[in-house]
Design a protein around this ligand. Structure first.
Ligand SMILES: Nc1nc2c(c(=O)[nH]1)N[C@H]1C(S)=C(S)[C@@H](COP(=O)(O)O)O[C@H]1N2
Ligand SMILES: [Mo]
Length: 307
């Protein structure tokens, strides 16, 4: 397969084509009467999947150049300036292995997956545990759609996400870290409409440095939950120990819900710095998404929900 080498911010024609496919199917389903009208609009819609109006960020979108040049990706660096180094990750061919307690363990190619889901745009706030934040228009699909495709068994309680391990990732040489990067959610959390699988941002395919070609996006939790470059998704009965929890269990836990009143042992979580402007703003519980997710935790008051 011939894949052009692109900068992270350039449009992948391939993804645009797929999104067009999904959208044209939607238009066809909308009924024969709409087809004539839909046809000219589709060319435009193809480059920009419809924005879901339900989730309003209430903040300005972070300029793309900040979201794509200030990153956390320990497989590449312990610093933030890694976007060029991350370009060694090639977005195609890309497969995700579905494993564990599900009807039929199998490997699925990202393009086959994209044909089975409804791609949309969501503008979400992102809050890193280090107290910086950004607001990003992601393209992708709700994780709940992947759950329907994967068909977990009744015994499965958790979903575990694992980042690809490419020998070209220099950080993997460091024995200090418990590679691979893994993260987990309960199946209830995963089924919540806010939990999202991102394959694009700013109307373009997802740049390698932001987790391309496919990452998790969980906006009510600290950013470390949103595992990048997904290679494996498994279903388990046992709660996984995530990457940061394995490194420092006194500082990072399983739940990692955002809460301004629960300090990190080494710094306050009360405020956050907006990438781009460097403005400081108050942090909100569940990163402001409490109306959608707080009920997930009503029976778990005894657990460490906010670290
Ligand atoms: N595989 C992997 N995923 C990761 C990380 C990482 O180091 N490796 N860092 C996490 C953290 S701490 C944050 S804040 C977000 C950062 O995403 P961004 O670089 O797109 O802003 O990615 C998360 N996902
Ligand atoms: Mo983070």
């Amino acid at each position: 397969m011939h894949i052009l080498r692109r900068r992270g911010w350039e449009v992948s024609e391939r993804l645009v084509t797929l999104e067009a496919l999904v959208l044209s199917r939607r238009a066809a389903l909308a009924g024969a009467g709409s087809v004539a009208l839909a046809a000219p609009a589709l060319a435009q819609a193809a480059a920009a999947p419809e924005r879901n109006p339900k989730y309003v960020a209430g903040r300005e979108i972070t300029p793309e150049k900040y979201a794509t040049t200030y990153n956390n990706y320990y497989e590449f660096s312990e610093g933030k300036n890694l976007w060029e180094a991350a370009q060694v990750i090639k977005p195609r061919p890309w497969t995700i292995s579905l494993e564990g307690q599900l009807k039929e363990p199998r490997t699925i190619a990202i393009d086959d997956l994209l044909k089975q889901v409804q791609v949309e745009e969501r503008v979400y706030r992102h809050r890193c545990v280090e107290a910086w934040a950004m607001t990003v228009p992601w393209t992708g699909f709700p994780l709940s759609q992947l759950l329907k495709i994967a068909e977990p068994l009744g015994s499965a309680k958790y979903i575990v996400f694992e980042t690809a391990q490419d020998p070209k990732m220099p950080g993997l040489q460091s024995p200090f870290y418990p590679w691979p990067y893994i993260e987990g959610l309960t199946l209830d959390e995963a089924a919540n409409d806010l939990a999202f699988i991102s394959t694009g941002m700013y109307g373009k395919s997802l740049p390698a440095q932001d987790g391309g070609p496919v990452r998790l996006t969980v906006p009510w939790k600290y950013g470390f939950k949103s595992a990048k470059a997904l290679a494996k998704i498994s279903f388990t009965e046992k709660r996984p120990v995530n990457f940061w929890q394995a490194i420092q269990p006194s500082e990072y836990g399983f739940w990692a819900n955002v809460n301004p009143d629960v300090s990190h042992p080494r710094w306050s979580q009360a405020r956050e710095r907006l990438l781009g402007s460097n403005e400081m703003v108050p942090t909100q519980i569940y990163n402001g998404y409490g109306e959608f997710v707080a009920s997930l935790y009503s029976d778990r008051k005894n657990e460490k929900l906010f670290m």
